[in-house]
Design a protein around this ligand. Sequence first.
Ligand code: ADP
Length: 274
Amino acid sequence: LLKTTPDETKNQQTVAGKKVKQPVVHYEKIAKAYGDLQVLKGIDLDIAPGEKVALIGPSGSGKTTMARLLMTLEEPTSGAIQVDGESLWQQRVKGKMVKANEKHLHKIRNKIGMVFQHFNLFPHMTILGNVTAAPIHVLGMTKDDAEAQAIAMLEKVGLGDKLHGYPAQLSGGQKQRVAIARALVMRPKIMLFDEPTSALDPELVGEVLEVIKEIAQEGEMAMLLITHEMDFAKDVADRVVFFDEGHIIEEGPPREIFHNPQSPRLQNFLSRFR
Ligand code: ADP
């Protein structure tokens, strides 16, 4: 249950008598099992406004599950998640999580931009059409406004000359940049990137990472980056969080995580990238 209403907290909350900025994302004691498989075993993680957090860890350690929980594509076995101070699950009834109502969830989901491994563009729509669809149909923007914003975002990702082309005419790297523009145009508070380059041919990885890096440098949006690109995580993240076997094993600034890892498990994990 919510301890405080969003209106009471606005962008502040009090911790140990001090006012601190309310996190954009707050995971609290999150556990998640699929049947007998305990994937997350009590995760606490806050992401501050504008903060860039990289999640690293072996395959199967629960990173994607963290993202899917945030998008309400999965429900936690126990624990709570808040986005911008608003709860994704309101209560437990007979031991089961109950989602907030759809209207409320819809509002929360609009604060989250998501870029997946596979781009999921609409093949029958132009590039511009792909980027304007949500602003028009979800936010109720006029076509002219949506197009102006979409063009600005497509220019930002280096695709200002492809507006009237179709997804099939683009390379994988270009498609992923359209997917990024499509998420950005909704002006989310947090962008979620789940291995955005792992489906790309190696020579196309750099252009996508470069675009994400540029957006990160603009600063205002928080980011949760799930990645196996350690150099990228080092460059972009304010904080790196290492997951293994359902726990956060170690977290800290990239300098410490990559150059001075403390736990044997993190040392072992990083040695695979050398
Ligand atoms: P990561 O992103 O770190 O590779 P995931 O969160 O994708 O890890 O998966 C964690 C574990 O949960 C894996 O063992 C995976 O096979 C399992 N898993 C993920 N989704 C499901 C599901 N829908 N049903 C059953 N098992 C799942």
